[in-house]
Design a protein around this ligand. Structure first.
Ligand code: IMP
Ligand code: MG
Length: 176
């Protein structure tokens, strides 16, 4: 971690994240008992969260991924959402849980929801680790939220700045 020591402020520690992921996993386990759960991770930012979350869900489940890109390499949303990869299997008749790192403006989530709805899932819900309500442009109902955070650009635990920092075990802010 030493190479990151300068210029990073920790917002959420690995321990805080872990405790929240356990809590979310327990809620999802209760809510999805007896259902046909498929967790759909939104790449690339979801990968640590999804990997940790599914291991806290004590149910048979499937995992699939969607790739979307909305940011380019900047810290402001372009508003243009683009698929970079699609699901490997149909989700018709399944209970779909979208797993996201962060919902910021809501533009990406609106696009994902409208696209996934056309594929005939039995149910469709959202689990996001982070939510930045100050930046909402599109209201979407979020079924599971890890942390509500202020309007700061965060990195780590899957979140990047210009593709770097995804491997940090905590969530931080650039600068102090
Ligand atoms: P939205 O479409 O504005 O809700 O943004 C969704 C995507 O923007 C997220 O899935 C992230 O990939 C990216 N994003 C939004 N805020 C941040 C941030 O603070 N740090 C890193 N990525 C972010
Ligand atoms: Mg993302």
């Amino acid at each position: 971690m030493s190479q990151y020591d300068q210029g990073l402020t920790v917002m959420l520690t690995a321990e805080q994240i872990h405790r929240k992921v356990v809590e979310l996993g327990q809620q999802i386990t209760r809510d999805y008992a007896g259902k046909d759960l498929v967790c759909i991770g939104v790449l690339k930012g979801c990968f640590p969260f999804l990997a940790d979350l599914v291991r806290e869900i004590e149910l048979p489940l499937r995992v699939d991924f969607l790739g979307v890109s909305s940011y380019g390499d900047r810290t402001k949303s372009s508003g243009v959402v683009r698929f970079t990869s699609d699901l490997s299997k149909p989700v018709e008749g399944l209970d779909v849980l979208i797993v996201e790192d962060i919902v910021d403006t809501g533009l990406t989530m609106r696009y994902l929801l409208s696209n996934l709805k056309t594929r005939g899932p039995r149910s469709l819900a959202i689990c996001t680790l982070l939510h930045k309500p100050d930046r909402t442009m599109i209201e979407v109902e979020l079924d599971y939220i890890g942390f509500t955070i202020p309007d700061r650009f965060v990195i780590g635990y899957g979140l990047d700045y210009a593709e770097i920092y995804r491997n940090l075990p905590f969530i931080g802010v650039l600068g102090s």
